[in-house]
Design a protein around this ligand. Structure first.
Ligand code: PXG
Length: 288
Protein backbone atom coordinates (compact mmCIF):
# COMPACT_ATOMS: atom_id res chain seq x y z
CA UNK A 1 0.00 0.00 0.00
CA UNK A 2 1.53 3.36 -0.99
CA UNK A 3 2.17 5.75 1.84
CA UNK A 4 -0.24 8.69 2.09
CA UNK A 5 1.14 12.17 2.76
CA UNK A 6 -0.93 15.16 3.84
CA UNK A 7 -0.21 18.16 1.61
CA UNK A 8 -1.96 21.46 2.27
CA UNK A 9 -5.52 20.25 2.44
CA UNK A 10 -5.67 16.55 1.66
CA UNK A 11 -3.99 13.18 1.72
CA UNK A 12 -2.18 12.24 -1.49
CA UNK A 13 -0.14 9.15 -2.45
CA UNK A 14 3.58 9.57 -1.70
CA UNK A 15 4.41 9.76 -5.43
CA UNK A 16 2.18 12.82 -5.78
CA UNK A 17 3.53 14.56 -2.71
CA UNK A 18 5.95 16.96 -4.42
CA UNK A 19 7.24 20.45 -3.77
CA UNK A 20 8.45 22.95 -6.35
CA UNK A 21 12.17 23.35 -7.05
CA UNK A 22 11.44 27.07 -6.50
CA UNK A 23 10.25 26.43 -2.93
CA UNK A 24 12.32 28.53 -0.54
CA UNK A 25 12.26 25.64 1.91
CA UNK A 26 14.48 23.78 -0.58
CA UNK A 27 16.41 26.77 -1.91
CA UNK A 28 17.22 28.40 1.44
CA UNK A 29 16.03 26.16 4.27
CA UNK A 30 13.33 28.79 4.73
CA UNK A 31 10.69 27.03 6.79
CA UNK A 32 10.06 25.23 10.07
CA UNK A 33 9.32 21.69 11.19
CA UNK A 34 8.29 19.43 14.05
CA UNK A 35 8.96 15.80 14.88
CA UNK A 36 6.24 14.07 16.89
CA UNK A 37 5.51 10.56 17.99
CA UNK A 38 2.35 8.53 18.43
CA UNK A 39 1.98 5.71 20.93
CA UNK A 40 -0.98 3.31 20.73
CA UNK A 41 -2.90 5.71 18.52
CA UNK A 42 -2.26 8.85 20.57
CA UNK A 43 0.07 11.67 19.63
CA UNK A 44 2.31 12.48 22.59
CA UNK A 45 2.11 16.15 23.68
CA UNK A 46 0.43 17.26 20.46
CA UNK A 47 -0.54 20.67 21.88
CA UNK A 48 3.04 21.42 22.97
CA UNK A 49 4.43 20.45 19.55
CA UNK A 50 1.87 22.67 17.80
CA UNK A 51 2.69 25.54 20.13
CA UNK A 52 6.41 25.17 19.38
CA UNK A 53 5.71 24.97 15.64
CA UNK A 54 3.70 28.17 15.72
CA UNK A 55 6.40 29.87 17.82
CA UNK A 56 9.09 28.78 15.33
CA UNK A 57 6.97 30.09 12.43
CA UNK A 58 6.29 33.39 14.19
CA UNK A 59 10.01 33.80 14.83
CA UNK A 60 10.71 33.66 11.09
CA UNK A 61 7.61 35.74 10.15
CA UNK A 62 5.98 32.79 8.43
CA UNK A 63 2.23 32.53 8.67
CA UNK A 64 1.00 28.94 8.76
CA UNK A 65 -2.05 28.89 6.47
CA UNK A 66 -4.08 26.67 8.77
CA UNK A 67 -5.36 26.64 12.35
CA UNK A 68 -3.54 24.55 14.97
CA UNK A 69 -6.77 22.56 15.40
CA UNK A 70 -6.88 21.65 11.69
CA UNK A 71 -3.19 20.73 11.64
CA UNK A 72 -3.62 18.62 14.78
CA UNK A 73 -6.48 16.77 13.08
CA UNK A 74 -4.37 16.36 9.90
CA UNK A 75 -1.61 14.73 11.96
CA UNK A 76 -4.08 12.22 13.41
CA UNK A 77 -5.64 11.60 9.97
CA UNK A 78 -2.22 10.96 8.41
CA UNK A 79 -1.29 8.42 11.06
CA UNK A 80 -4.64 6.65 10.74
CA UNK A 81 -4.55 6.66 6.92
CA UNK A 82 -1.19 4.89 7.03
CA UNK A 83 -2.32 2.40 9.65
CA UNK A 84 0.22 3.66 12.16
CA UNK A 85 -0.84 3.49 15.81
CA UNK A 86 2.82 3.78 16.83
CA UNK A 87 4.87 5.99 14.62
CA UNK A 88 6.79 9.11 13.87
CA UNK A 89 5.30 12.24 12.32
CA UNK A 90 7.22 14.94 10.52
CA UNK A 91 5.39 18.23 9.99
CA UNK A 92 7.07 20.61 7.56
CA UNK A 93 5.99 24.15 6.72
CA UNK A 94 7.90 25.75 3.86
CA UNK A 95 7.87 29.40 2.79
CA UNK A 96 6.56 28.24 -0.59
CA UNK A 97 7.60 28.75 -4.21
CA UNK A 98 9.08 32.09 -5.14
CA UNK A 99 11.66 33.83 -7.27
CA UNK A 100 15.37 32.88 -7.26
CA UNK A 101 16.17 35.44 -4.62
CA UNK A 102 16.00 35.47 -0.84
CA UNK A 103 13.03 37.81 -0.64
CA UNK A 104 10.30 36.01 1.31
CA UNK A 105 7.81 38.62 0.09
CA UNK A 106 8.21 37.14 -3.39
CA UNK A 107 6.97 33.71 -2.41
CA UNK A 108 3.47 32.29 -2.45
CA UNK A 109 1.70 29.17 -1.27
CA UNK A 110 3.53 28.05 1.86
CA UNK A 111 3.39 24.26 1.90
CA UNK A 112 1.97 22.31 4.83
CA UNK A 113 3.27 18.75 4.75
CA UNK A 114 2.60 15.91 7.21
CA UNK A 115 4.51 12.66 6.79
CA UNK A 116 3.91 9.62 8.99
CA UNK A 117 6.38 6.78 9.17
CA UNK A 118 7.72 4.13 11.47
CA UNK A 119 10.21 5.41 13.98
CA UNK A 120 13.95 5.01 13.31
CA UNK A 121 15.69 4.37 16.60
CA UNK A 122 19.28 4.02 17.72
CA UNK A 123 20.20 0.32 17.89
CA UNK A 124 18.60 -1.25 20.99
CA UNK A 125 21.98 -2.41 22.26
CA UNK A 126 23.31 1.15 22.30
CA UNK A 127 20.28 2.51 24.13
CA UNK A 128 20.46 -0.26 26.74
CA UNK A 129 24.20 -0.05 27.39
CA UNK A 130 24.41 3.71 26.98
CA UNK A 131 25.87 5.95 24.30
CA UNK A 132 29.39 7.20 23.82
CA UNK A 133 29.58 10.86 22.80
CA UNK A 134 32.30 13.16 21.57
CA UNK A 135 32.29 16.93 21.79
CA UNK A 136 31.89 18.46 18.35
CA UNK A 137 34.21 21.30 17.35
CA UNK A 138 31.21 22.79 15.54
CA UNK A 139 29.46 25.01 18.07
CA UNK A 140 25.71 25.48 18.33
CA UNK A 141 24.74 28.49 16.20
CA UNK A 142 25.13 31.83 17.95
CA UNK A 143 21.70 33.01 19.13
CA UNK A 144 22.35 36.33 17.42
CA UNK A 145 22.95 34.51 14.12
CA UNK A 146 20.06 32.04 14.14
CA UNK A 147 18.24 31.29 17.37
CA UNK A 148 18.57 27.61 18.32
CA UNK A 149 15.06 27.95 19.76
CA UNK A 150 13.68 27.95 16.21
CA UNK A 151 13.14 24.47 14.78
CA UNK A 152 13.93 25.67 11.28
CA UNK A 153 14.57 23.72 8.09
CA UNK A 154 18.17 24.90 8.31
CA UNK A 155 19.78 22.11 10.35
CA UNK A 156 23.25 22.25 8.80
CA UNK A 157 24.75 23.40 12.07
CA UNK A 158 23.57 20.21 13.75
CA UNK A 159 24.36 18.05 10.72
CA UNK A 160 27.99 19.23 10.78
CA UNK A 161 28.22 18.21 14.43
CA UNK A 162 26.52 14.87 13.72
CA UNK A 163 29.13 14.19 11.00
CA UNK A 164 31.88 14.88 13.49
CA UNK A 165 30.30 12.41 15.90
CA UNK A 166 30.08 9.76 13.20
CA UNK A 167 33.66 10.37 12.11
CA UNK A 168 34.64 9.62 15.71
CA UNK A 169 32.55 6.41 15.72
CA UNK A 170 29.65 7.83 17.75
CA UNK A 171 25.95 8.10 16.87
CA UNK A 172 25.57 11.47 18.58
CA UNK A 173 27.78 14.44 19.43
CA UNK A 174 27.74 16.97 22.23
CA UNK A 175 27.46 20.58 21.12
CA UNK A 176 28.78 23.56 23.08
CA UNK A 177 27.54 27.12 22.68
CA UNK A 178 29.65 30.11 21.63
CA UNK A 179 30.69 30.57 25.29
CA UNK A 180 32.00 27.01 25.52
CA UNK A 181 29.11 25.91 27.73
CA UNK A 182 27.23 22.66 27.16
CA UNK A 183 24.19 23.24 24.95
CA UNK A 184 22.71 19.96 23.68
CA UNK A 185 23.26 17.12 21.24
CA UNK A 186 22.38 17.35 17.55
CA UNK A 187 18.74 16.29 18.05
CA UNK A 188 18.52 15.68 21.78
CA UNK A 189 18.75 17.59 25.05
CA UNK A 190 21.26 16.64 27.72
CA UNK A 191 20.97 16.07 31.48
CA UNK A 192 23.46 15.19 34.20
CA UNK A 193 22.95 13.76 37.68
CA UNK A 194 25.21 15.08 40.43
CA UNK A 195 24.72 14.23 44.10
CA UNK A 196 21.22 12.95 43.43
CA UNK A 197 20.22 16.19 41.69
CA UNK A 198 19.28 16.56 38.04
CA UNK A 199 20.81 19.41 36.04
CA UNK A 200 20.15 20.53 32.46
CA UNK A 201 21.21 23.62 30.49
CA UNK A 202 18.71 26.53 30.40
CA UNK A 203 17.12 27.78 27.15
CA UNK A 204 19.60 30.66 26.97
CA UNK A 205 22.47 28.14 26.68
CA UNK A 206 21.41 27.93 23.03
CA UNK A 207 19.14 24.90 23.04
CA UNK A 208 15.89 23.82 21.50
CA UNK A 209 13.48 23.51 24.42
CA UNK A 210 12.69 19.85 23.99
CA UNK A 211 9.22 18.53 24.70
CA UNK A 212 10.80 15.32 26.05
CA UNK A 213 13.09 17.47 28.23
CA UNK A 214 9.99 19.17 29.68
CA UNK A 215 8.26 15.84 30.33
CA UNK A 216 11.37 14.42 32.07
CA UNK A 217 11.64 17.51 34.28
CA UNK A 218 7.99 17.02 35.31
CA UNK A 219 8.60 13.31 36.00
CA UNK A 220 11.64 14.12 38.14
CA UNK A 221 9.62 16.62 40.12
CA UNK A 222 6.84 14.05 40.66
CA UNK A 223 9.43 11.46 41.79
CA UNK A 224 10.91 13.88 44.32
CA UNK A 225 14.16 14.25 42.36
CA UNK A 226 15.47 17.80 42.55
CA UNK A 227 15.78 19.14 39.01
CA UNK A 228 17.06 22.51 37.91
CA UNK A 229 18.41 24.38 34.95
CA UNK A 230 22.08 25.20 35.29
CA UNK A 231 24.96 26.37 33.15
CA UNK A 232 27.11 23.31 32.52
CA UNK A 233 30.59 22.89 31.10
CA UNK A 234 32.26 19.73 29.87
CA UNK A 235 33.86 19.52 33.32
CA UNK A 236 30.36 18.93 34.75
CA UNK A 237 29.81 16.02 32.35
CA UNK A 238 33.25 14.49 32.91
CA UNK A 239 32.66 14.54 36.68
CA UNK A 240 28.92 13.71 36.69
CA UNK A 241 27.52 10.64 38.43
CA UNK A 242 25.19 10.00 35.49
CA UNK A 243 24.31 11.53 32.15
CA UNK A 244 21.49 11.00 29.65
CA UNK A 245 19.91 12.56 26.61
CA UNK A 246 16.25 13.12 25.75
CA UNK A 247 14.37 13.54 22.49
CA UNK A 248 11.26 12.51 20.62
CA UNK A 249 13.06 9.74 18.76
CA UNK A 250 15.53 8.77 21.50
CA UNK A 251 13.11 9.09 24.46
CA UNK A 252 15.58 8.78 27.41
CA UNK A 253 18.99 7.28 26.56
CA UNK A 254 21.90 6.88 28.99
CA UNK A 255 25.28 8.39 28.10
CA UNK A 256 28.23 6.49 29.56
CA UNK A 257 31.22 8.12 27.93
CA UNK A 258 32.25 11.57 26.68
CA UNK A 259 35.44 12.18 24.70
CA UNK A 260 36.81 8.77 25.69
CA UNK A 261 36.22 9.40 29.40
CA UNK A 262 33.86 7.24 31.41
CA UNK A 263 30.99 9.09 33.07
CA UNK A 264 30.29 7.78 36.60
CA UNK A 265 30.60 4.00 36.62
CA UNK A 266 30.52 3.81 32.82
CA UNK A 267 27.13 2.08 32.97
CA UNK A 268 23.59 3.55 33.00
CA UNK A 269 22.94 5.05 36.44
CA UNK A 270 19.97 4.43 38.77
CA UNK A 271 18.31 7.84 38.37
CA UNK A 272 18.65 7.61 34.58
CA UNK A 273 17.03 4.16 34.60
CA UNK A 274 14.27 5.34 36.91
CA UNK A 275 13.42 8.31 34.68
CA UNK A 276 13.70 6.17 31.56
CA UNK A 277 11.13 3.74 33.02
CA UNK A 278 8.89 6.62 34.17
CA UNK A 279 9.02 8.14 30.68
CA UNK A 280 8.15 4.81 29.05
CA UNK A 281 5.21 4.43 31.44
CA UNK A 282 4.05 7.99 30.70
CA UNK A 283 4.06 7.67 26.91
CA UNK A 284 2.37 4.30 27.03
CA UNK A 285 -0.25 5.43 29.56
CA UNK A 286 -2.24 7.19 26.86
CA UNK A 287 -1.66 10.58 28.52
CA UNK A 288 -1.95 13.33 25.91
N1 PXG B 1 17.50 19.58 20.36
C1 PXG B 1 17.39 19.66 19.02
C2 PXG B 1 18.35 20.49 18.28
C3 PXG B 1 16.38 18.95 18.36
O1 PXG B 1 16.26 19.04 17.03
C4 PXG B 1 15.65 18.10 20.51
C5 PXG B 1 16.66 18.83 21.10
C6 PXG B 1 14.71 17.31 21.37
O2 PXG B 1 13.42 17.88 21.36
P1 PXG B 1 12.10 17.01 21.56
O3 PXG B 1 11.01 18.03 21.52
O4 PXG B 1 12.02 16.04 20.42
O5 PXG B 1 12.22 16.36 22.89
C7 PXG B 1 15.49 18.14 19.12
C8 PXG B 1 14.43 17.35 18.45
C9 PXG B 1 14.83 13.88 13.47
C10 PXG B 1 14.22 14.41 14.70
O6 PXG B 1 14.12 13.26 12.70
C11 PXG B 1 14.73 15.51 15.34
C12 PXG B 1 14.13 15.97 16.48
C13 PXG B 1 13.05 15.33 16.97
C14 PXG B 1 12.56 14.24 16.31
C15 PXG B 1 13.14 13.76 15.17
O7 PXG B 1 16.02 14.08 13.29
N2 PXG B 1 14.67 17.05 17.11
Amino acid sequence: MPRLVFMNDRLVPEAEARVSVFDHGLLYGDGVFEGLRAYAGRVFRLREHLQRLWASARAICLEIPMTPERLGAAIEETLAANGLADGYVRVVITRGAGSLGLDPARTRDPQVIVIADTIALYPAELTAKGLRLVTAATQRSHPAALSPRIKSLNYLNNIMAKLEGQQAGCVEALMLNHKGEVAECTADNVFVVRGGRLLTPPPDAGILEGITRGAVMELALAAGIDCREATLTRHDLYTADECFITGTAAEVVPVVELDGRKIGTGTPGPITLRLQAAFHALVRSGAP
